[in-house]
Design a protein around this ligand. Sequence first.
Ligand code: GLN
Length: 490
Amino acid sequence: MTDLTTLTLAGARDALRKKELSALDLADAHLAAIEQARALNAYVLETPELARRMAKESDARIAAGKAGPLEGIPLAIKDLFCVKDVRTTACSHILGNFVPPYESTVTANLWRDGAVMLGKTNNDEFAMGSSNETSHYGPVTSPWRREGSNTALVPGGSSGGSAAAVAANLCLGATGTDTGGSIRQPAAFTGTVGIKPTYGRCSRWGVVAFASSLDQAGPFTRTVRDAAILLRSMAGPDAKDTTCVDMAVPDYEAAIGKSVKGMKIGIPKEYRVDGMSPDIDALWQQGAAWLKDAGAELVEVSLPHTKYALPAYYIVAPAEASSNLARYDGVRYGLREDGRDIIGMYEATRAAGFGKEVRRRVMIGTYVLSAGYYDAYYLRAQKVRTLIKRDFEECFAKGISAILTPATPTAAFGVGEKGADPIEMYLNDIFTVTVNMAGLPGIAVPAGRDGQGLPLGLQLIGKAFDEETLFTLGEVVEQAAGRFTPTRWW
Ligand code: GLN
């Protein structure tokens, strides 16, 4: 029998519908794989009983002819999404053993469509990071290794557990969130597909907030088609999130295989940055050549404010984070540390509950929002944000269908290798943050390998609410590049 964990989401869906396999067998195969892969630390909570119960319910619905679009599909959920009655911590000590009495809209949509919950995946604390090393539960180890080396590599972050779980066949798909790159960068590092949809496409209700004007949920999968299927279920209007748009969700899967003939693809000259690895540069040119071969036209474009995106992001995101994280005061959720009086209790709780990177962001955020500095930093960053958005609008107004860029400036690095200087870590997001600042959709698709055999990804950036074009183009890249699977060592 084929190993059920190597199926694609689409393949498993079709086989379940034809009753060639049961949802319970599929769940059991994944639960067994998860147990054998604990060395990766991809999951911070396994929910085998829940998985088996949901799988049995799926089998009953399939037998009754009432299967939903994701019926019986086992998924991993980033620990930033509240799942009712299941511990949710954002991988922070401050949430302790918080068990939400409510369900995030995104996960509710997945269960509505028949998906099965395998467990919660590891992430950087409050989604702040690019390597999954700031998690209270310890780092995730990537299933990938450099050829001939045993060095433990990071899976990227902040959704590192979801990316590793998908790459290592520990689920058929996973949820992630992306504030500055947290879906696309780990997807690129692990040879998986990840899409950050347009801001407002997925509801943020029940997702632990980092920077509310940038946060967006999206899927991780092993193929572009699977990402289209999963996003369709995750997305949709929600009265509980006023920033979530009231727009019907298209059948994204129908975009797969459409012609790209005559599409204009922008190549932004500002993305050729100093220090970019030659492998990445070659990959970018290869990606452009593949799209050209498929009939697209390549056009050099200019996004002149790109160089200001990263510094502006590191003002806007911490500012919003400092405000969002004010709620963790030792009273309402999780951890409480005693102090002399109530202020002492707040201080002791926040000092003990937040890790170093989170404390850094809270301090930066509080500083840039404080009277006297607000205009110089926060307001200016917001103006830069408008200019970045305008760059993209001008580009799309010239008839550009999508923009092709690398997803990351390098391949995955070693655990513990970066981070002594926080700026070094922040530079990972150089190609992805602009997309969050502009609120646009961006997909990362595996496109090649570096000289040491590690996967590399390309990014396609689309017009607002035009995820379909990204799926069409992404699949062209995927078909040309092939798929990338790590060799099992765990
Ligand atoms: N690496 C970026 C940060 O640390 C982005 C994280 C994210 O997208 N959640 O802020």
